[in-house]
Design a protein around this ligand. Structure first.
Ligand code: KIV
Ligand code: NA
Length: 265
């Protein structure tokens, strides 16, 4: 079998097929999603919150994203792996973006990279695409700008909606093969999806985008505390793991683990 490519992604939009994307930050989790048939895995800088214990994605480094992306590539055979460019690794301009993306492609082996921003990231996207690196764009709520925009719904009101449409067209014109729409009103996400010929990938953007993405620890119930309203929780791994860890601890304290079958004689 060969890996899924950006060409397959383009064909899916032509055929009107919807598809799922999930994040992953390590080889074993990624291998589960590969086995489940998930066609595109994003090594998101949400690793900052979900894997590295930071409060935001802002502190995540390119070295960290390279290491995590390489693990996800090694753990999978079929999905397209998209590596997120972290804050500070592309904002200086197209040349810095190319240098950073090249590391993810050469050292980690990703098939595409993702970066945040619409019109403001146009030049970066253009140079990467001209250089042969497929780019997934990301507009609406862009968590790397949390200190400037907070975590609020984007594209509300006429002016903001017009800007979001301009951002969407700008990343398409720059050559992006897909665009993430994060926390955007459903009707606006539907309009962007109708307007673009590249696929839209929604997160908190309603049912009418071409694809959906969720952060894996949110959708599998591992994230502690409250998860955003747009998340559907498909399992409660936190409960499963807590109960298992408690049972193991109780067994060790009581002397009921290991049993003879767990011992070598
Ligand atoms: O880092 C991430 O997980 C993301 C997705 C939420 C799109 O950027
Ligand atoms: Na991200």
């Amino acid at each position: 079998t060969r890996r899924i490519t950006v060409r397959d992604i383009a064909l899916a939009k032509e055929r009107g097929e919807k598809w799922p994307m999930l994040t992953a930050y390590d080889a074993m989790t990624a291998s589960v999603f590969d086995e489940a048939g998930i066609p595109v895995i994003l090594v998101g800088d949400s690793a900052g919150n979900c894997h590295l214990g930071y409060e935001t994605t802002v502190p995540v480094t390119l070295d960290q994203m390279t290491m995590l992306s390489a693990a996800v590539v090694r753990g999978t055979t079929r999905p397209l792996i998209v590596g997120d460019l972290p804050f500070g690794s592309y904002q200086e301009g197209p040349v810095q973006a190319l240098r950073s993306a090249t590391r993810l492609v050469k050292e980690a082996g990703v098939g595409a990279v993702k970066l945040e921003g619409g019109e403001r990231s146009h030049a970066q996207i253009r140079l990467l695409v001209e250089s042969g690196i497929p780019v997934m764009a990301h507009i609406g709520l862009t968590p790397q700008s949390v200190h400037a925009m907070g975590y609020r719904v984007q594209g509300r009101g006429e002016e903001a909606a017009a800007q979001l449409l301009r951002d969407a067209k700008s990343v398409q014109d720059a050559g992006a093969f897909a665009v993430v729409l994060e926390l955007v009103p459903a009707a606006l996400a539907a309009e962007v999806t109708r307007t673009l010929h590249i696929p839209t990938i929604g997160i908190g953007a309603g049912p009418d985008t071409d694809a959906q993405v969720l952060v894996w620890t949110d959708m599998l119930g591992l994230t502690p505390g409250r998860v955003p309203k747009f998340v559907k929780q498909y399992a409660d791994l936190r409960e499963v793991m807590t109960n298992a860890a408690r049972a193991y601890a109780d067994d060790v304290v009581a002397g009921t683990f290991p049993q003879p079958e767990h011992s070598v004689h």
